[in-house]
Design a protein around this ligand. Structure first.
Ligand code: CO
Length: 291
């Protein structure tokens, strides 16, 4: 990585960290999803940065990939466990960070994912395997009586790319990829009171362009025009203008030009917490860009 890339990663991390902390203050019982999401996303633009993906706001058993819809009328309730997952980029250099806001009495569950993250970060240096990180995360979560979510992982980051190898497991596994100096990745443990696996719900608000491919439907062409500046990074249905948006997205998905990211949930009635930081591996440890 050149110095400029490093500087951008660090600055994106500082912005993301500051906004996540400030944004958490928007999550209160009685506050609207849509208002909170719009205000937090606006903070990113006001700082001269871009969103690497729509702000994820996922509550209770929903672990990831929910965000406000354009006409969302939901409000946060007392007792909710709210995950905020924020991705900020500067010229494609991404900082991905998440926190859990507890509107109830779920202190230990919040602590479980947070301690898993802290423990894994403390172990990062060249030569350590991703299996060792997953094992440490699993241990911290299990020791507090919860389950790590096995089919959600941390992930490598690259310019304009949110998910690159290696995946960082949240569960005990043997071996796997070995960390090297200069790697950039996000670690994101999820702790659950449910079964420790997520499945897809029907609700889908977040999408991503996969391929450049001509389409004929005018409303679909309009969407491709609008999302072109995303350079392949995910976008929210809420960000799109025009009519027949659902029809157009369905056509783009059929043509395999776009994919959806349905909300991912553990079993109904369960609760999931999340903590996440982005880091860069150095010769003897790591720099946490979003600390
Ligand atoms: Co992430």
């Amino acid at each position: 990585m050149d110095d400029e890339g490093m500087e951008r990663y660090l600055e994106a991390g500082r912005i993301a960290s500051r906004i996540l902390t400030k944004g958490a203050g928007e999550i209160r019982a009685g506050a609207s999803y849509l208002g909170a999401v719009e205000r937090i996303e606006e903070m990113v633009k006001a700082d001269g940065a871009g969103l690497a993906f729509p702000l994820n706001v996922s509550i209770n058993e929903d672990a990831a990939h929910d965000t406000a819809s354009a006409k969302d009328d939901r409000v946060f309730s007392r007792g909710d466990l709210v995950k905020l997952d924020l991705g900020v980029h500067l010229d494609g250099y991404i900082a991905d960070t998440a926190t859990t806001i507890d509107l109830g009495d779920h202190h230990l569950l919040v602590e479980a994912s947070r301690r898993g993250l802290d423990q894994a970060i403390s172990m990062v240096r060249p030569g350590v395997s991703i299996g060792e990180l997953g094992t440490a995360i699993h241990h911290e979560i299990e020791a507090r009586g919860f389950k790590p979510v096995a089919n959600l992982t941390g992930h490598g980051l690259d310019r304009y790319m949110i998910h690159t190898p290696p995946n960082i497991p949240n569960v005990r596994v043997q071996g796997g990829a070995v960390l090297e100096e200069g790697m950039v990745f996000a670690i994101e443990p999820f702790a659950s009171t449910g079964c420790g696996r997520v499945t897809e719900k029907h609700r889908t608000e977040i999408y991503q362009q996969l391929a450049i491919h001509p389409v004929r439907l005018p409303s679909a062409r309009h969407i491709l025009e609008e999302i072109r500046p995303r350079k392949g990074m995910p976008f929210s249905k809420r960000w799109l203008s025009g009519n027949k948006i659902d029809l157009a997205l369905a056509a783009l998905i059929r043509a395999q030009v776009v994919r959806g990211y349905p909300v991912l949930s553990d079993v109904p009635g369960s609760l999931v917490s999340q903590a996440e930081h982005t880091l860069i591996v150095t010769s003897d440890g790591c720099i946490v860009t979003t600390a």
